[in-house]
Design a protein around this ligand. Structure first.
Ligand code: URP
Ligand code: ZN
Ligand code: ZN
Length: 467
């Protein structure tokens, strides 16, 4: 099966050039000028950019969390991702108490089974850090898992102490697994929560007071220090503010094996959005919380100067008005206390257009940097490069045909995510995917889904690198 994409402009993390791209058996087989098209399906991409499909390294599909379950399953979440130009994601398989890590992955494989649209991998999130779980870490490489998340927050649920974090880092280092942390000080959050709730401070805005920026900075510094001592590769997820990102800059300056991820929402949603009268602020409850416009500027600068290397979504969808008409309970669970709001914000569909429009069109980042932070760096950090994350001979033909002039207004009324609100509601973006191609097959073409459930494939990952 041969396909040729003609007349487009190829954009990778390093180069931009006009070329035809030949695809054979799902892989890029040739890139060049005026390639012959005999025997191939021809896609005319005149005026279009050809970019590696987006890779979202941080999602939560069909995840039990906060007293309910995220509303997007592997079918709706991955369909939405494909419409937004994302061709691969890495979801978190959460070990349940009493389970082995492998059982956690098997549970998530079952959730994905028969529902997939795009390619995917799993991180393991260790939540029951027994000696047996920690000893099991090296065997994750045998099932294609090259990244492991440890929570420094969510005391009483997922949080592990520093002893477990340290031991997990030693095992991850020996097995060449990327150790990921959710870096907030869970002890402090638990105490602050108790105090705020006891004082009757129950509105959504108090979520911010329980998650001060300093404790994200502190936990990040702690994780970085432990990574420096153990030599483990460290990837801090969802970095939200200058306090933590400054620690990342310091760690990288010192040459430690550390890198950081931010998420789209931290550049567009702020504390003031959570402190509105009424309950609306619950939509933006997530951990770490949304911060300030100044933090957003700091994040953009950190993406530019390579302190931060990836932009994920932390896609974690709960309806604002859940629990009715057969819908799963959602954000309304916290109506009598912010501490019961399920944490998370949806965005798997919007990351690429939002980052392109606000980053590239505004001149904040170059086109090549856009590709790096939305695809290539995630592929490298997650052990998928060069199979994924670039357009090169031998790579999977995961290509997004991007119309830089197509305009679109983002809205919950038209999005494909299974959730009743959108973080970027009303945002007018210029630059949209018009065709999403995975392994040479068109998955979405001009607003139409072209593959059946089950198309997406599990990606075996290994040898993650710090970018
Ligand atoms: O609020 C968030 N981030 N929800 C998802 C779970 C996590 O910590 O990533
Ligand atoms: Zn987290
Ligand atoms: Zn998350």
């Amino acid at each position: 099966m041969k396909t040729i994409i003609k007349n487009g402009t190829v954009v990778t993390a390093s180069d931009t050039f006009k070329a035809d791209v030949l695809i054979e058996d799902g892989k890029v087989s040739l890139i060049g000028q005026n390639l012959p098209s005999e025997g191939a399906e021809v896609i005319d991409a005149a005026g279009m950019l050809l970019m590696p499909g987006g890779i979202d390294p941080h999602t939560h599909l069909d995840m039990p969390f906060g007293g309910t379950t995220t509303t997007d399953d592997f079918y709706t979440g991955q369909t939405a991702a494909a419409f937004g130009g994302t061709t691969c994601h890495v979801d978190f398989a959460l070990q349940q108490k009493g389970q082995t890590l492998k059982q956690g992955v098997e549970m998530w494989q079952e959730k994905a089974e028969g529902k997939t649209i795009i390619d995917y991998g799993f991180h393991v999130a260790i939540t029951d850090p027994t000696e047996a779980s920690i000893n099991e870490i090296p065997s994750l490489v045998d099932i294609g898992v090259s990244s492991l998340k440890v929570f420094q927050a969510y005391k009483g649920a997922f949080m592990v102490d520093d002893t477990a974090l340290y031991k997990a880092m030693e095992k991850a280092r020996d097995a060449d697994i990327m150790l990921m942390t959710h870096s907030e000080n869970g002890d402090a959050i638990a105490l602050l929560t108790e105090q705020l709730v006891a004082a009757g401070k129950l509105d959504p805005g108090y979520h911010l007071d329980a998650h001060p920026r300093e404790i994200e900075g502190e936990a990040s510094a702690r994780a970085i220090a432990l990574s420096a001592v153990t030599g483990a590769k460290l990837y801090i997820v969802h970095m939200s503010c200058s306090d933590s990102i400054a620690q990342m800059a310091l760690g990288r300056d010192r040459g430690y094996n550390v890198m950081g991820e931010t998420c789209t929402q931290y550049m567009f949603k702020f504390e003031e959005d959570m402190r509105v009268p009424g309950y609306e602020g619950a939509k933006w409850a997530c951990g770490p919380p949304v911060r300030t416009p100044e933090d957003a500027e700091f994040i953009w600068e950190s993406l530019r100067n390579t302190t931060l290397q990836t932009v994920a979504t932390d896609h974690c969808s709960f309806n604002y008005e859940g629990g009715v008409d057969g819908k799963l309970p959602g954000k309304e669970l916290g109506k009598d206390g912010w501490h019961k709001i399920p944490n998370g914000i949806p965005g798997i569909e919007d990351r690429m257009p939002v980052m392109y429009h606000n980053g590239v069109n505004s001149g904040k980042i170059s086109l090549n940097r856009f590709v790096a932070i939305t695809s290539t760096n995630a592929a490298k950090a997650m052990g998928m490069y060069p199979q994924k994350g670039t357009i090169a001979i031998g790579s999977d033909a995961d290509i997004v045909v991007w119309d830089p002039n197509k305009e679109h207004t983002i809205s919950a009324k038209t999005h494909h995510m299974n959730v009743d609100y959108n973080a970027y509601e009303g945002m007018q973006v210029k630059g949209m995917p018009v065709r999403t191609i995975i392994r040479g097959t068109t998955v979405v073409d001009n607003g139409k889904l072209c593959v059946e459930k089950g198309f997406g494939k599990y990606v075996n990952r290994k040898n993650p690198v710090i970018v």
